[in-house]
Design a protein around this ligand. Structure first.
Ligand SMILES: Nc1ncnc2c1ncn2[C@@H]1O[C@H](COP(=O)(O)OP(=O)(O)OP(=O)(O)O)[C@@H](O)[C@H]1O
Ligand SMILES: [Mg+2]
Length: 264
């Protein structure tokens, strides 16, 4: 009888120990998940800051080589200010996330976001033989975290530009309101994507770009589209792609409109 009681007590003790271990493992998983999220966010900031810094270095180098060209120097300074402002917005936005604050969506005029992205890109598309066509109604607004949607647009535009080099082509950015959502399209007439690669392009670290080559400006690590997907998912939207090798590529995004009115 005594041994049965002892056995039961020992089983209870072991059960309590396992439950304790379970609890501690669960809290470790939560901590590891938080660290993984911070790692992902850090990568995302680094990727985006890189996109902003690369053209600034080119501008600054050009201005240094032409010390008598005052308008060029002024333009370079203007780009430095704009891109630093954007870098600071990105930092603010990430610090807010780090502090556990949820970022609020705002009503934003899409055309202004797109124009700002082109300013930050600091690249003369016409010099690369690329015609940019923007077909966005001036009063079209989206409900979004603006800095994040600009991140998406910047990555799609940079990919489209790369795909059209060196021959040039047409980059079209369109948007329209459909029932319950705004649909945005970024289309290019570039190299297109091989069918076998289409399902891989949103995976982190998938890239077909050689490391560090002239046309890419920076080290491509295959993170751009993975971040775009993450951002659009967090906005409860969708992102999809259609592409034909040697013809071009279209990225389509839908963002739910919710109930919003734009106020200036
Ligand atoms: N518009 C496009 N035309 C052709 N291929 C594209 C286009 N957009 C993306 N791709 C393909 O998808 C891959 C993944 O794109 P993604 O933006 O995630 O990474 P990346 O551009 O290679 O590197 P990173 O964005 O980190 O600089 C690209 O390497 C390219 O093969
Ligand atoms: Mg990219």
């Amino acid at each position: 009888m005594a041994s049965i009681i002892e056995k039961r007590l020992s089983l209870h003790k072991r059960l309590a120990e396992h439950q304790q271990q379970n609890k501690s493992l669960k809290s470790q998983i939560i901590q590891l998940q938080a660290l993984a999220d911070i790692g992902g966010a850090t990568c995302m900031i680094a990727h985006e800051i890189n996109n902003l810094l690369t053209p600034l270095v080119s501008y600054a180098e050009l201005a240094l080589k032409n010390p008598d060209d005052k308008p060029l120097a002024e333009k370079a300074f203007e780009k430095v200010v704009r891109n630093c402002e954007r870098a600071s917005k990105i930092m603010e936005s990430m610090l807010a996330v780090g502090n556990g604050q949820t970022q609020k969506k705002e009503n934003a005029r899409l055309i202004s976001l797109v124009e700002e992205v082109f300013t930050c890109l600091c690249r003369d598309f016409t010099k690369d033989g690329i015609t940019v066509e923007i077909q966005i109604p001036r009063d079209l607004t989206i409900r979004a975290i603006p800095v994040q949607i600009q991140h998406v647009l910047m990555n799609l535009i940079l990919n489209a530009r790369y795909a059209m080099l060196p021959g040039g082509g047409i980059l079209t950015i369109k948007a329209q309101e459909i029932t319950g959502a705004v649909q945005i399209q970024v289309a290019d007439t570039g190299s297109g994507i091989e069918p076998a690669n289409l399902k891989k392009i949103f995976e982190p670290f998938f890239t077909t770009k050689p490391n560090k080559e002239l046309t890419s400006d920076h080290l491509s690590c295959g993170l751009g589209l993975a971040f775009c997907k993450r951002i659009i998912d967090e906005h409860n939207g969708t992102i999809s792609v259609e592409s034909q090798p040697s013809i071009g590529t279209i990225f389509k995004i839908t963002l739910p409109t919710e109930n919003h009115k734009f106020s200036t």
